[in-house]
Each structure stands twice: as structure tokens, then as C-alpha cells.
Design a protein around this ligand. Structure first.
Ligand code: SF4
Ligand code: SF4
Length: 422
């Protein structure tokens, strides 16, 4: 099969063999009311309230929101303003933990017999796309198009990240349980799981767990970046090129991440909403790279302490991977979408120069865009040309910046161009 473009990144998976370990209970958590793409929740607790694990603390009033739950037992100290990496500020519950951790009595397994039950459960659980995109899972499940195929994203193509990889090794039966739940209720006949071929142990674990399931295929993917990008994943698992202007949904394809499916399965069994997640902690400044299971809202400094990382050695902190992660500060907390915390002791800076028209950026772009022309159109603030060049399709994967001979910050410029259009 033809391959979509992309780039080969150096392998830096220091954490691939690090088992998922629970982080000791933090003293305080700060849980923002917006951890998904959409509208923020409204806090329904105030200073002095006692809360337990899984208790609702933020109500989803808008249709593009999912509720927020407490990740710990403790006392709400105050509602503060929390600054997201985008600069937007949202309300945030600061909770001091207590010694005894108890589940809220609302945590009971939901009854899920129909598609609508599953959609409702996905919403009530606070589920979002755990691969990092923060999409609302209940919205994806609510599709009106008949779904022919479920494509499961186990690509995890960012350097250093291995949270999904560990889950595939340690709990493949939960992923398969999630697949069976979704395919049964959405009447999906076929499932394809995409895993990079340089993860043979994960592929084998999934094959073993799926031995008694029908119509589940594990598809080994190239080891290039960005295999986890939706269009690239669909192409390399199903051989389907999603045309510009069409969505996977319109083609009868539903894409969900391995961690999201495992969570949906766990929720169907326990009724415990999304209150924790696995985070890979790595980077040049980290002495003890690890995969940690942490309550949502845990200060990132707690993770750095555990990973034997001295703050004064850190020059850059990223939420997510090295290619698509967002810069955060020491005041940040772990959010639902955070699959990685990367601490670097150096920040590479390059002197950019004029384009030499080598064409490398165009060869690298997985979506066949023309980064060099987008860059030029943005410099000229040529809105019509930006539209004609389909700037809206750019997924900010960073491949063009990575390969640019002239060290031009193409991906960043293209994001500015998208903002200009918006
Ligand atoms: S950042 Fe956008 S333009 Fe650049 S390679 Fe990725 S998708 Fe293409
Ligand atoms: S890779 Fe850089 S130098 Fe080469 S064509 Fe693209 S923008 Fe120009």
C-alpha cells in the first residue's frame, strides 16, 4: 500500500519498559472546569465542602461539555481562576486531600443496554479523547451515520510517550472490552486496531486478548510520525483516503483511542468517572523516567519530584509529546487529556533564514499541504490564498518545521494563519 508522508523521528522511548505505577496521593489537587474541546463546566462546590472520589464538582450546562468530578476525597479550599496553555482562564476547584480516600456513593455501574445508554454513560462519566485531542467521546458516539468500521488508535507516535503502549501491554483485555461494548451497541461489524510495528509485544498482547472476539484485526503501522493523526491512521489501517472536506464519520468510520476505550469499559463495570489517567514523565531533565497513574488535578511538580527532576534544571515543560505538546508552567495541574509531561533542560533555538525552495516541507506534510506557500501567503496576509491552500486542514503536526532546511517555524506560522482566518 502507498504510504502517506511523514517523518522519521529518533526513538526516545526510555519509558517503554516502565510499568504503570500509582503516584502517592498529592496533598492538594487543582481541577480545572475545562479539560476538553468545548465549553467549561460550572463549579457546584464551594470552600469548605467535603467531596469524595468521583463526586460531581462541575456541571456541564452547555451541549459541548462533559461534567467534572473530584479525583480525591478531601475539602474544597477555594475556587480559583486557572490559566490554560491557550491563555484562557477558567474556574478551578482547589481540594485539599484527606487521609481516608472514599468513593462517592454515586459511583455505581451504569445500565448500558442501548446506543443511547452508551452515549449517556460516556457523557456522565466525563469521558474525553484520552489520546490528547480532548474531543467529546459522547459526541463521537452520537453519530447519525451508520458506522461500518471502528478504528482504534494505538499508534502513540510522539517520541518519549508510552502511556498507551503500557496500557496495551498491561491491560489489553480492557481495550478489547471497550471495543466489544462500542461495536455491540453501535452495531459495528469490523474493528481495526493500529499499532506501530516496532511494538511487537503490544501487538501480541492485543491479539491474545482478542483471540475470542470476531472481526477485530490488529494492523501493524509504519514507525513514522504522525501515524496517530486521524487521516493517516485511517489510511494505514483501512486503506481509505478521507477526501478533503469530508469527515471520517461521513465515511462510516469511528476513531477512538485505546485509552478511551479502556476507560469506557472500566466505567461500564465500576461507575467510577474519569478521575485519573496515565502520564509518561520523561525528558532530558528527568533522572527517573516513568509512567504514573495520577489523580486528575495533581500538580505537575508532584510528578517531577517523583521522577527525580530538579526544577532549576528545567528550561521547558510540555504537556503532551515533544512534537505537539503545549508549553506549561510549574503551576499547571494534570488534565484529562495529558498523556505526557516532558521536562527539558535545553530549548533548541535556531536562526531562521530565507526559504531556499528545497521542497522538503511539502514532501514531509502528511496531508499534502504546501507549507512553504502557506508561510508566504501568511507573510503577505493573503487571506484568499490561505483559503485556497486549505490552511484549515493543517493539524499542527510540526513535520514541516522539523525538516525545514532554513529552520523556518512553519507550523507555528500556519497556526497564526489559521487564527487570522478565524
Ligand atoms: S504542521 Fe500542517 S502544514 Fe506542517 S506538516 Fe503538519 S499538517 Fe502539514
Ligand atoms: S523546507 Fe523550508 S527551505 Fe525548504 S521549501 Fe520548505 S520552507 Fe523553504
Amino acid at each position: 500500500m502507498k504510504r502517506l508522508n511523514g517523518i522519521h523521528l529518533p526513538v526516545k522511548k526510555r519509558t517503554e519498559d516502565k510499568q504503570i505505577t500509582p503516584l502517592p496521593l498529592p496533598k492538594t489537587v487543582r481541577i480545572p472546569m475545562l479539560m476538553h474541546s468545548g465549553s467549561p463546566c460550572v463549579p457546584i462546590v464551594s470552600a469548605g465542602d467535603h467531596v469524595d472520589v468521583g463526586q460531581l464538582i462541575g456541571r456541564a450546562e452547555a451541549s459541548d461539555a462533559v461534567p467534572v468530578h473530584s479525583s480525591v476525597s478531601g475539602t474544597v479550599r477555594r475556587i480559583i481562576r486557572y490559566e490554560l496553555p491557550s491563555g484562557q482562564t477558567v474556574p478551578c476547584a482547589e481540594i485539599e486531600t484527606c487521609e481516608t480516600q472514599l468513593l462517592a456513593d454515586t459511583c455505581i455501574p451504569p445500565v448500558i443496554n442501548t446506543k443511547q445508554d452508551l452515549i449517556d454513560a460516556a457523557r456522565e462519566s466525563g469521558c474525553v479523547g484520552l489520546g490528547g485531542d480532548g474531543s467529546l467521546t459522547f459526541q463521537k458516539l452520537s453519530t447519525n451515520h451508520p458506522v461500518q468500521m471502528l478504528i482504534v488508535n494505538g499508534a502513540e507516535c510522539e517520541t518519549r510517550l508510552s502511556a498507551d503502549g503500557r496500557l496495551m501491554l498491561e491491560a489489553p483485555e480492557q481495550i478489547i472490552g471497550g471495543i466489544e461494548l462500542v461495536t455491540k451497541l453501535l452495531k459495528i461489524r469490523e474493528t481495526r486496531i493500529g499499532v506501530r510495528r516496532n511494538r511487537p509485544a503490544a501487538i501480541q498482547q492485543l491479539l491474545n486478548a482478542a483471540a475470542n472476539s470476531r472481526n477485530i484485526t490488529v494492523c501493524p503501522l509504519p514507525s513514522d510520525y504522525p501515524q496517530g493523526a486521524e487521516k493517516v491512521l485511517i489510511f494505514h489501517t483501512a486503506g481509505i483516503a478521507v477526501p478533503d472536506g469530508q469527515t471520517p464519520e461521513e465515511l462510516g468510520i469511528l476513531v477512538l483511542n485505546v485509552s478511551t476505550l479502556a476507560f469506557l469499559y472500566q466505567y461500564s463495570q465500576t461507575g467510577i468517572p474519569l478521575v485519573e489517567r496515565v502520564v509518561t514523565v520523561d525528558g532530558d531533565a528527568v533522572t527517573k523516567p516513568c509512567n504514573l497513574r495520577v489523580p486528575i488535578g495533581t500538580p505537575v511538580t508532584d510528578l517531577l519530584d517523583y521522577a527525580a527532576c530538579e526544577p532549576d534544571r528545567i528550561h521547558q515543560l510540555l504537556c503532551g509529546g515533544e512534537m505537539m505538546g503545549e508549553c506549561i508552567t510549574f503551576r499547571a495541574s494534570v488534565v484529562k487529556t495529558q498523556n505526557g509531561l516532558i521536562a527539558s533542560n535545553t530549548v533548541k533555538t535556531y536562526e531562521e533564514s530565507a526559504c531556499i525552495r528545497c521542497g522538503r516541507c511539502m514532501n514531509a506534510c502528511p496531508l499534502s499541504l504546501m507549507p512553504v506557500s502557506l508561510d508566504k501567503a501568511y507573510q503577505q496576509r493573503d487571506v484568499n490564498q490561505l483559503k485556497a491552500l486549505r490552511v484549515d486542514l493543517c493539524m499542527n503536526c510540526g513535520c514541516c518545521t522539523y525538516v525545514c532546511t532554513a529552520k523556518r517555524p512553519l507550523a507555528e506560522t500556519i497556526q497564526s494563519a489559521k487564527a487570522l482566518l478565524a
